[in-house]
Design a protein around this ligand. Structure first.
Ligand SMILES: NC(=O)c1ccc[n+]([C@@H]2O[C@H](COP(=O)([O-])OP(=O)(O)OC[C@H]3O[C@@H](n4cnc5c(N)ncnc54)[C@H](OP(=O)(O)O)[C@@H]3O)[C@@H](O)[C@H]2O)c1
Length: 292
């Protein structure tokens, strides 16, 4: 039987690198060429004709669209760049009716006032990043595609400048870390997300799914768990408090999501850090990346 062909965008990013080996077991995986935003070298998916040509050449059954700018601060400072990378790329790839798009979206489509959001809750983003992801979601849904929202991703692939990498460096040097006790999300192990995305690609259900780890945790709780799993002094993680902010561009305080429990995700287990991190420390695995 012929394998389904997936065109994967953002394949060189944090999620793409974790996802590729998992997907290539079951699907014919074609990675969109990389694009370096800083130098402009590579294939820019916000270029309409380049994106169309790619889709026409590859002729995929599914486009798994990960390419985006996820840096929340950069999106606030450069909204036109955020629009281009997060919305225009999506629009450009939605060219053929026969192709199903699976779009990786974010907990930032919510404003973070209440937390524990389900896939039935109405989005209300408070950041440019969240607004661009939401607008892209609407394009995908209108085209009959599937939107998968996740958040607080962490995993064993190294990525400089992100929460776990930075925290590990600090812990290794026995430096104290002040971590917010009033900023929450649902930390998600990237390999579990990969399995959920693989399952979504198998069934292409359409609509919105939440795929996140099963526990709402504050930054403080998460970093304490990380310290414990590394055998570091957990007291180096000290409680801090994020001051309340007003206006647009505020950091949402509770972006926790409730994982969707309906088919086809009902048989996938997205574990909490309490289930994942202890097994890493037993196996001596590197724990060196998390985003957002
Ligand atoms: N990481 C998380 O915690 C998280 C949580 C929820 C949702 N997501 C979503 O998951 C997706 C993947 O995230 P990630 O953590 O893997 O991000 P990432 O490491 O920054 O990877 C994104 C990739 O997209 C590429 N890209 C950006 N603009 C492009 C364009 N115009 N044309 C072609 N490629 C372009 C980037 O290239 P450069 O390297 O040149 O920038 C990068 O390789 C994103 O859509 C993000 O919104 C992430």
């Amino acid at each position: 039987m012929n394998k389904l062909r997936i065109l994967l965008t953002g394949a060189d990013g944090f999620v793409g690198r974790c996802l590729s080996p998992i997907l290539s077991d079951e699907f014919e995986l074609i990675k969109a060429p990389a694009y370096d935003l800083a130098t402009g070298i590579g294939l820019d998916l916000s270029d309409e004709s380049a994106a169309h040509e790619l889709v026409n050449d590859v002729h995929p059954d599914i486009i798994l669209h990960l390419a985006a700018i996820k840096n929340v601060g950069r999106c606030e400072r450069e909204p036109a760049v955020a629009f281009s990378a997060n919305i225009r790329t999506t629009k450009n790839l939605l060219t053929a009716d026969t192709v199903h798009m699976v779009f990786l979206s974010s907990d930032y489509v919510f404003d973070g006032r209440t937390g524990q959001y389900t896939d039935l809750d109405s989005p209300h983003p408070s950041t440019i990043y969240g607004q661009t992801k939401r607008q892209a979601e609407l394009l995908v849904l209108r085209a009959g595609g599937t939107v998968v929202r996740s958040g607080g991703l962490y995993g064993p692939a190294s990525q400089p400048g992100v929460l776990f990498s930075w925290a590990m460096e600090q812990l290794e040097q026995a430096q104290t870390i002040e971590a917010f006790t009033n900023v929450f999300n649902s930390p998600t192990y990237v390999d579990d997300l990969a399995l959920a995305l693989m399952h979504i690609c198998r069934y292409r259900p359409g609509g919105i799914y939440h795929a996140t780890g099963g526990e709402r945790l504050s930054r403080f709780e998460l970093l304490r768990m990380l310290a414990q799993s590394l055998g570091a002094d957990a007291e180096l993680i000290q409680p801090g408090f994020c001051p309340e902010q007003t206006g647009t561009g505020i950091s949402p305080s509770d972006l926790s999501l409730i994982c969707s429990q309906r088919s086809p995700l009902d048989i996938i287990s997205l574990r909490s850090p309490g289930q994942v991190l202890p097994s890493w420390s037993q196996a001596g695995s590197p724990v060196n990346a998390a985003s957002h």
